[in-house]
Design a protein around this ligand. Structure first.
Ligand code: HEC
Length: 258
């Protein structure tokens, strides 16, 4: 009976320890979609470092300009690096077939990724933070959030070269693997990341940069949030004004009654 309870406890503890985060827990991005400066920086980083491989075919340059408070000229000069038209969506020059041949997998369209991932922007933030060198792989990099990913660490110059420290998995009395405390890396348990070679940014600056990218990706996944916020302010103002009118009217009616 004790054994039964112990097994039950283990079975229940494993999913609780990691929640819905899967085999490697995500870190909170702490991004804020209302922070326009962050979105602008995120857009610039996205165009420079992601859009060469990834499209975002459900969002237009013109829409980004409007939502991020940028002029057509600013967008065309600073964000549109591929000679697209203002009304165009974010396309990539290379075909999916070429990409698949060169990289081993076609880079997916990123418009809806922040919504497709259960952990949203947190997943993207943690993903961009978790690339580590893996000499066993031809690509030279690996990532515990997407083990065996065919995406190289495109921001390594900024973050630096990161190594992963792991420890062997603990076994229970029956020789079965126990869950890792801090997440899985391959067959081992994650301990920590170490910067083997510093990058152009310190860890704090790098966190800001990837928070901005995650923020921008959350925005493109649901740009209507911006619209709702803009409308929201007017709706509240209208209601406040209307309440005031109603109050004046009431005061007017009751004056004759008193
Ligand atoms: C050299 C091309 C290349 C560049 C540049 C690139 N990626 Fe990728 N990315 C890929 C490939 C290929 C995959 C597919 C990986 C796989 O499934 O093995 C991928 C996958 C992803 C995924 C996972 C998508 C999913 O649905 O699981 C995210 C998120 C992502 N990339 C974000 C980014 C961001 C953000 C940038 C810019 C900082 C970026 N990528 C730059 C090639 C690239």
């Amino acid at each position: 009976m004790t054994k039964f309870f112990a097994t039950m406890a283990l079975a229940l503890a494993a999913p609780v320890a990691f929640g819905a985060a899967g085999k490697f827990p995500t870190e909170a991005a702490a991004n804020n979609i209302g922070d326009q400066a962050s979105l602008q920086r995120g857009a610039a980083l996205f165009m420079n470092y992601c859009a060469s491989c990834h499209s975002a075919e459900m969002i237009r340059f013109s829409r980004i300009a409007r939502d991020l408070g940028l002029s057509e000229e600013q967008v065309m000069k600073n964000l549109n690096l591929v000679g697209a038209k203002f009304q165009d969506t974010l396309q990539v020059a290379m075909t999916r077939e070429d990409a698949a041949t060169w990289l081993g997998a076609a880079p997916p369209d990123l418009t809806l990724t922040a919504r497709a991932k259960h952990e949203g922007a947190d997943w993207i933030y943690t993903y961009l933070k978790s690339f580590y060198v893996d000499e066993a792989r031809p690509i030279g990099w690996n990532n515990p959030l997407l083990p065996g990913a065919s995406m190289p660490h495109v921001l390594w110059e900024y973050q630096g070269v990161q190594r992963v420290v792991t420890e062997p998995r603990q076994k229970d009395a029956q020789g079965r693997d126990l869950p890792c405390r801090k997440g899985e890396v391959g067959n081992a348990c994650f301990v920590r990341f170490e910067i083997a070679q510093p990058g152009l940014m310190d860890p704090e600056e790098y966190s800001v940069a990837i928070r901005d990218i995650s923020n921008f990706m959350e925005y493109i996944a649901e740009p209507a949030v911006m619209e709702r916020r803009r409308w929201g302010i007017w709706v509240v103002l209208f209601l406040a004004f209307f309440t005031f009118l109603a109050w004046l009217l009431k005061a007017e009616y009751w004056r004759d009654v008193h």
